[in-house]
Design a protein around this ligand. Structure first.
Ligand SMILES: [Zn+2]
Length: 382
């Protein structure tokens, strides 16, 4: 094994300390030492560097466990900013987010047709607007887009409703705006948002987040890292056929989960133009609406059972607009899931609704690099 250079070790220790401080609201140097296994001297040195850079601050004293009460450290929320974009169905939303996931500025652009050029223009427009705000330094930009994405190379392989095919989005945006960019599938971004900012997860946990909106996709985090799969398509459950010879899907196949369980499918089946109308019909007890929504919930539950059988991950969060149908919908999803999965596995699986709604995708897109090392936070020149 090659011996790590002094510089590499220093960088590694810094990442480790920063990650540990980031994962806690506040923490003492002694606790950082205990959690990282680094010596007190090393911690002292690294923390001094972080204090000097303004990334970390001392925020008073904690409770004493014998002896002097320790000084607590915390990340300075507004020391760096990130931009997150959610390219949702009828509108693109972008926000400037601080290191604690607080949205500081937000802009929206409506998108009406599926012209690929216009969609790209709308992305440029939204980023331009955000960069004109005064918040600095902005250290990176994350985009959550529907469709199949090669996140490693930042290429949108295929996004049907945006009319994008093999679009090198990262390269285009980096060239235009001169900041680091990463591109993720919207469900994967939503999963990261729920993981980092939805609460109740530790940074090594596993989590599945299923995003049910106009389309359906899942984001899978294993040991706190997004699992992309070999072709970037891990979690693409929306285009798995669940009903043979079912309705024609926009992907060209018949009977995909999306043709039954997405908001798009529900509106189409009810001949309605908005989800609000569908929700109203459902809540007023309209028989057809009840039937369509129950069916949507049922097939979603069956698909979740496959995820349980494949991954055996104990926590599944459902996010997205379909959640507007509330508990009656969620309960059917749950019972279908339990009926279709191996009982012992299903018993131990927690299914709950996400807490961040549309913000999950924006926050997750912005936070992606916070999970994979903290390299972005070290950039000072922007
Ligand atoms: Zn399909």
């Amino acid at each position: 094994m090659k011996k790590a250079t002094y510089q590499q070790t220093k960088q590694h220790n810094r990442d480790l300390v920063l990650r540990t401080i980031f994962a806690h609201e506040s923490i003492s140097r002694a606790e950082v030492a205990r959690l990282t296994g680094l010596t007190r001297t090393t911690i002292s040195e690294v923390v001094n560097g972080l204090l000097a850079e303004g990334l970390v601050e001392e925020i008073g004293r904690g409770e004493s466990i014998g002896g002097k009460s320790p000084i607590l450290l915390s990340i300075v929320s507004d020391s760096r900013y990130l931009i997150g974009l959610n390219l949702a169905q009828d509108k693109f939303v972008g926000a400037i987010v601080n290191l604690r996931g607080e949205i500081k500025e937000m802009v929206e652009v409506s998108v009406h047709d599926d012209d690929g050029e216009k969609a790209l223009e709308a992305v440029y427009q939204i980023i331009g607007k955000l960069l004109r705000k005064k918040l600095r330094p902005i250290v990176g930009l994350g985009v959550g887009t529907p469709g199949l994405v090669n996140a490693r190379e930042g290429i949108v392989v295929n996004a049907v409703n945006l009319d994008w095919r093999d679009l090198p989005l990262r390269e285009l945006l980096q060239r235009k705006f001169k900041i680091p960019v990463w591109v993720l599938n919207d469900s994967q971004a939503t999963a990261i948002g729920e993981f980092v900012y939805g609460g109740k997860t530790n940074h090594e946990d596993n989590l599945v987040v299923v995003n049910v909106t106009h389309g359906i996709g899942a984001g899978i985090l294993i040991n706190g890292r997004l699992f992309h799969g070999d072709g970037g398509g891990a979690g693409e459950i929306g285009h798995v056929v669940v009903q043979e010879n079912g309705e024609l899907c926009r992907c060209g196949k018949r009977g995909c989960l999306e043709t039954i369980s997405s908001t798009r499918a529900v509106m189409q089946k009810l001949n309605l133009n908005s989800l609000e109308e569908a929700q109203a019909a459902f809540e007023s007890g309209n028989v057809r609406a009840r039937q369509v929504v129950s069916n949507a919930a049922h097939y979603l539950g069956v698909s979740l059972a496959s995820l349980i059988g494949t991954l055996n991950i104990h926590k599944i969060v459902i996010s997205g607009d379909m959640a507007c149908f509330g508990d009656p919908w969620l309960n059917i999803v749950k019972s279908s899931m339990q009926n279709a999965a191996l009982t012992r596995l299903a018993e131990n699986t927690q299914l709950e609704l996400g807490k961040l709604h549309y913000r999950a995708c924006i926050l997750g897109a912005s936070a992606f690099l916070l999970l994979d090392g903290y390299s972005l936070l070290f950039r000072q020149e922007i």
